[in-house]
Design a protein around this ligand. Sequence first.
Ligand code: UTP
Length: 293
Amino acid sequence: MKQIKKALIPAAGLGTRFLPATKALAKEMLPIIDIPTLQYQVKEAVDSGIEEIILIISEAKEDIKKHFARNEEYEQYLIEKGKPEYAECIKNIATMAKISYVYQYEQKGLGHAVLCAKEAVGDEPFVIILGDDLIINENGLPVSKQMIDIYNETGCSVIGCQQVAPENVNKYGIMALKGELNNRRAILKDMVEKPDLDKAPSRLACLGRYLLTPGIFKELENTKPGKGGEIQLTDAIKSLALKEDVIVYDFIGRRYDVGDKYGFVEATIDFALKRDDMKDKVLAHIKELLENK
Ligand code: UTP
């Protein structure tokens, strides 16, 4: 069985939900305090044992490349200015992973973005990490690693899911299962895109993590553009599930929807409250706000 060595991080979308911030800045570079969301995704891949990260970007997103490139001149400047910890910090960003880039020249959807990386991935299973879903499993395995472990056991594609609140099922791709979840897993029967609650087959939503066998590329090539002329990854996964078992996995971790403004604020507050350099001040501020309410 082929090992999982590569992760794809699609980051070529337009990010319209975050306009005007994303007019000139990549959505993936918006920071949770001082770390761009994309850096968290790269770290998740590295912490999961991934050897090569393929970032899918557009021509408008060169700032991403700059962030992950080494800048020895700047490192030297920081050292001379007596800030060696910052020099180390920016060096680590550039050396933490082997990153390559693939361009998606037209924004024709997530499925199309993944298809753009066909050659870069090759004939190997791989992980997809979406930047909008920041998933933290403190003191436990990163979500991608949880999924890699399931692949190593079964050889199957794995879709990362979690239960969402009833009022949110119409925002996600919802899973229909063959049988019940057992040991947090089940075989995928079908996926329904953004169903009304009364038509939803479950409350298990696909939340930005996929582990796919290379068979997905053939399905993507045969997938006709759907809604908005976009090639949907979901449609290709549904076709794949007709040919091979695809596992639905209810992952362990706290997920933040940082592609959404409220989710972004939630993550910012929670992350600040976890930091020794900020916790007390932020907590005092929140208490003050509540007292004056
Ligand atoms: P989204 O549906 O969140 O699209 O894509 P978006 O353009 O980034 O955001 P909004 O909805 O306009 O605010 C999910 C993921 O797929 C990538 C995005 O970068 C994001 O990580 N994507 C989407 C691409 O790489 N290419 C595409 O054509 C579409």
